[in-house]
Design a protein around this ligand. Structure first.
Ligand SMILES: NCc1[nH]cc(CCC(=O)O)c1CC(=O)O
Length: 323
């Protein structure tokens, strides 16, 4: 049914992504999911890839927080959608702002890949500190990350560590790790897995202790809000569990309304009894304050659970954090 609807769309359908290897992998993975759902949409006949360079990819010498934050990975892609240069876009959900531009909607979320953060040690590095939080990391280690969320959790647990900025896509960061004197870096395990590099991870961290970014490990697809043919198709390939956890995590993030300088984490999972269990984190970038709180409730209330946990964290965080 949806396959027929989508055939009425002018062909080929143009799929937009960032120009990174991970983004291209995710776009092809998405096409595989669509093809599995609707065999007539398999192959290249109906789709054309359009890799777009975003400000977040081009500006690599500064922290995201300094150059304007998360929207930077998606702005050019939203513009291409609204200008009809592409028909839909495949994103890492964690790089997609919670409030999308008018006329663009999150049409589907795919099944979540592993949402955890991982520690990658530089080749030939020193041994870790047994028993310590982040036990893989040696005493005084220099950790390369440009994420204030990762930085705050590292420094809170291990004040002996030093955090330095490192940017670029996953491959670039792994190369720079070896070349530039870092002892370790922290990356999304999902990205490593998708690129077939999960064996470089020395440790994978419990997401209820070291809280990942909202949406980490989930691929999200955006379309123009009035494109009913594509909305129908994408609703059919949606993973409802990924939608529920993404809704809770993104509602938490939106309620905190932090700048990208505010360390915020959110991680939801669905328990065996069907309840949604949400962990939220807010911290000061230097790790001198860190608040983590957990709540659960019915999956159908994902949005409200996220909003309320966000409001509670906001109430209990010191004023300077969300100033
Ligand atoms: N911020 C960059 C980014 N966006 C998505 C991923 C990994 C894949 C994912 O979380 O879906 C990464 C790399 C990282 O954080 O290490």
């Amino acid at each position: 049914m949806s396959g027929i609807a989508v055939r009425a769309h002018p062909a080929p359908l143009r799929i937009g992504t960032r120009a990174s290897p991970l983004a291209l992998w995710q776009a092809r993975h998405f096409l595989g999911v669509v093809g599995g759902f609707c065999p007539m949409l398999r192959g290249d006949t109906f789709f054309e890839e359009c890799a777009l360079s975003t400000a977040g990819d081009r500006i690599l010498d500064r922290r995201l927080a300094e150059i304007g934050g998360k929207g930077l990975f998606a702005k050019e892609i939203h513009e291409a959608l609204l200008d009809r240069r592409i028909d839909f876009a495949v994103h890492s959900l964690k790089d997609l702002e919670t409030e999308l531009p008018a006329g663009i909607v999150l049409a589907c979320t795919l099944r979540r890949e592993d949402p955890r953060d991982a520690i990658v040690l530089a080749p030939g590095g020193r041994a870790g500190l047994p028993g310590a939080p982040f036990a893989a990391l040696p005493a005084g280690a220099v950790v390369g990350t440009s994420s204030v969320r990762r930085q705050s959790q590292l420094l809170h647990a291990r004040p002996d560590l030093r955090v330095e900025t490192i940017r670029g896509n996953v491959q670039t960061r792994l190369r720079r790790l070896a070349e530039e004197g870092f002892d370790a870096t922290m990356l999304a395990f999902a990205g490593l897995k998708r690129l077939g590099m999960d064996e470089v991870a020395s440790a994978v961290l419990d997401p209820e202790e070291i809280v990942p970014a909202a949406g980490q490990g989930i691929v999200g697809v955006t379309v123009r809000a009035d494109d009913t043919a594509l909305l129908d198709l994408l609703a059919a390939v949606e993973d409802p569990a990924a939608r529920a956890v993404a809704t809770a995590e993104r509602a938490l993030l939106a309620a905190l309304d932090g700048s990208c300088r505010t360390p915020i984490g959110g991680h939801a999972r669905i328990l065996m009894d069907g309840a949604l269990y949400l962990t939220g984190l807010i911290a000061r970038p230097d790790g001198s304050f860190l608040l983590r709180r957990r709540v659960s409730g019915p999956v159908a209330d994902a949005e409200r659970i996220g909003r309320e946990l966000g409001a509670a964290l906001r109430r209990d965080a010191p004023a300077d954090i969300l100033a």
